[in-house]
Design a protein around this ligand. Sequence first.
Ligand code: F6R
Length: 586
Amino acid sequence: MCGIAGYVGDYDAKSILYECIKRLEYRGYDSYGYAIISSNKLFVEKNVGYIKPISLNVRANIGIAHTRWATHGKVSKENAHPHTSCNNLIAVVHNGIIKNFKELRNELINKGHKFKSETDTEVVAHLIEEYLKENDFEEAFRKAILKLKGSFAIAAIYVNQPDKILIARNENPLLIGIGNFGNFIASDVNAFIKYTKRAIALDDFEYGIVTKNGFVIKDLYTKRKIKKSEIRIDWDEDLALKEGYEHFMLKEINEEPIVVSYALNINFDENILNLLLNSSKIYLIGAGTSLHAGMHAEYWFSKYCRIQAIATDATELFERCVVDKDTTIIAISQSGETYDTLVAMKEAKKHGAKIISIVNVPGSTATRLSDYTILQGAGVEVAVCATKTYVSQLVILLKLILELSKRLGYYDGFLDEEISSLKEKIENVLRNCNDIRKVANDMFKSKNYLFLSRGINLPSAYEAALKLKEITYFHAEGMSSAMLKHGTISLIDENMETIFLIPGSGRNRERIISNLHEVLSRGGKVLAITPKEVKDVVNIIVPDTSEDLLPIVFAPAYQLLAYYVAYKYGREIDKPRHLAKSVTVE
Ligand code: F6R
């Protein structure tokens, strides 16, 4: 979940490393650090808190940097990366978890090594130092990596060979950025997108030697050179800038109309459609927000294709589903790096399943594990809280399912006109942001919230609750309004705020409003988010559309609501505590 960056080239590494690592701050932000080599000396600077530029006044053409999301050892300057060897000639940064670090640490202590931190990572610097006694840097690095059990993306530099960065990967993303005035390494393309849009991704058990003029990738076990294809990152680097918005989250919600237009223009590969039409089982897997997108798709699959697809938390796939060669997995992941989702994908492949992924980050691990990938094209999402990428996932899934429905002879285009007006409908919600802000300021005084709905909008209730709790730190729960009376209703009193997501017409509207009255009559506070005003309660009105498309129109409304509530309470909106943008650990 941490971020790694590195640079070797003609320019001053200090400012480049700062730019790169700053762009990765959303991957972890409890502490940070840099290691650079200048005049045959290693300089390390690290600190707790948000990333600041290097203060050292030396010139360097090589360096590595890290932003940390603590796993082993508390948040402290000592535990921040880079970590160094006893002789201070080697510096290492690492993402992931080294499971056997205690044994390795004890072995190294017995050999006389002195440790300065509580981290698992530090063993790597000492191991390289140990192997350097009889090997060159590359071989010492390779041997050190082979001792590790667990997951890692690692980069190391060595004072006596100041022309190269060595890198290695297992289960944690690591990329090389091919620049014109030097080369980059990073855990995420965002780090170097300002400097280059050409990238190479390492796969598991590969290591690389990156120099100013080139790179080589090799197999960790055999040392055989591996040819890799280049990935082009067609993202606009300015998307990683706030452009006048106070927070990335607000900016990204405001990008939803563009994201919807892009998603509506995606044409699906015939092979994807045929695969889905010929699969006897379809499972949609993901985590958090991406899982919620999959849950909506489950409803759409059953309604429009009469196909029983199952959406499941990726970690539960093998607990509850039969996965075999007749199975197609639709893996949904913004980052394409979520550990839990990747593990399920790999296991599903072993069982003979085919994998289609819906991913936002080009070249990410999920894209390389899939038989087919649908790239979201939503551009970089910086705020930890997923917003525009969720809306894009919904539109892509809806379009895909309707395309299948058409081929199955069920869909004749009756929703097409409404779908083409989704962009305007979202714009309309965004224009009404002041009404939403007012509700956020006037209500939302409690520490507990319930988001309630039914049918296709039930996953909207889950997602709305996730948005609120993630950035406000208040407890929120999404549930079926019908299920309220089966237990949760006992929580209703004047301190419980309930938010109902209600369609503008139909059976579910009547049923949900009836549940809303059950809350009102018990003294609960009620807000309705709906296209048609509900009497006796506070309303946020959104443009009317078919109930099945409402998840896409509700999303910006409850996302803005969460944003303004978090704003009111002065939360760190783009970087909520304890979280990181992609969860690359188990
Ligand atoms: C919520 C959020 C997380 C992610 C989840 C999966 O706002 O961002 O719940 O949705 O960690 O991440 P991806 O989609 O990258 O696999």
